[in-house]
Write a protein that binds this ligand. Sequence first.
Ligand SMILES: Cc1cc2nc3c(=O)[nH]c(=O)nc-3n(C[C@H](O)[C@H](O)[C@H](O)COP(=O)(O)O)c2cc1C
Length: 186
Amino acid sequence: MARVLVLFAHPAFERSRVHRALVPAARSVPGVTFRDLYELYPDYDVDPPSEQAALEAHDAVVFQHPFYWYSVPPLLKQWQDLVLEHGWAYGHSGTALRGKSVMHAISAGGGEDAYAAAGYNRYALPDLLRPLEATVRLCGMEWRAPFIVYGTHRLPAAGLAEEAERYRAQLEALATGSTTPLGVEA
Ligand SMILES: Cc1cc2nc3c(=O)[nH]c(=O)nc-3n(C[C@H](O)[C@H](O)[C@H](O)COP(=O)(O)O)c2cc1C
């Protein structure tokens, strides 16, 4: 079993519908450690040693967050800037993260049809994640296909429950090693 670390970042969880449904699903999967970054660091004072220790103790990392301006919420950017240190995460002697898997679990207000060349967002959502993918690969980690919930504003309660179940199954597959990294033949 892979040890899976879910790093959750939602700046307004009290108003959330989607992650409100996804969080219990994540917490229910055996072998998953759940860390709520906004709860741990309400003042953005991310502690690199604790975060690095958590990463070292796991085989796979899931960044769970809403899509904000085609990117991550600000605390997650702060986390990247402080935790992914040269000489630890990357660089000549920076090998701590090598071989770990990374998956983003994202909710997006826009529908899947909007995330296309002819849609109003112009690009597919996975293409907009390239800077995150490049970061993961620079650190020697394996990029997994993202888990995406589209069209959050129009998602009915039944749809939320279905997405939570799909997320639970995806995390279980990550924990049992039954998914393969993108770019690697199955
Ligand atoms: C500051 C801000 C920026 C946002 N940017 C985007 C965006 O770039 N693309 C998109 O599809 N939705 C965007 N949204 C919508 C959120 O992604 C959406 O409300 C959220 O994923 C719903 O999840 P929740 O119910 O857990 O809050 C944005 C929302 C906010 C508040």
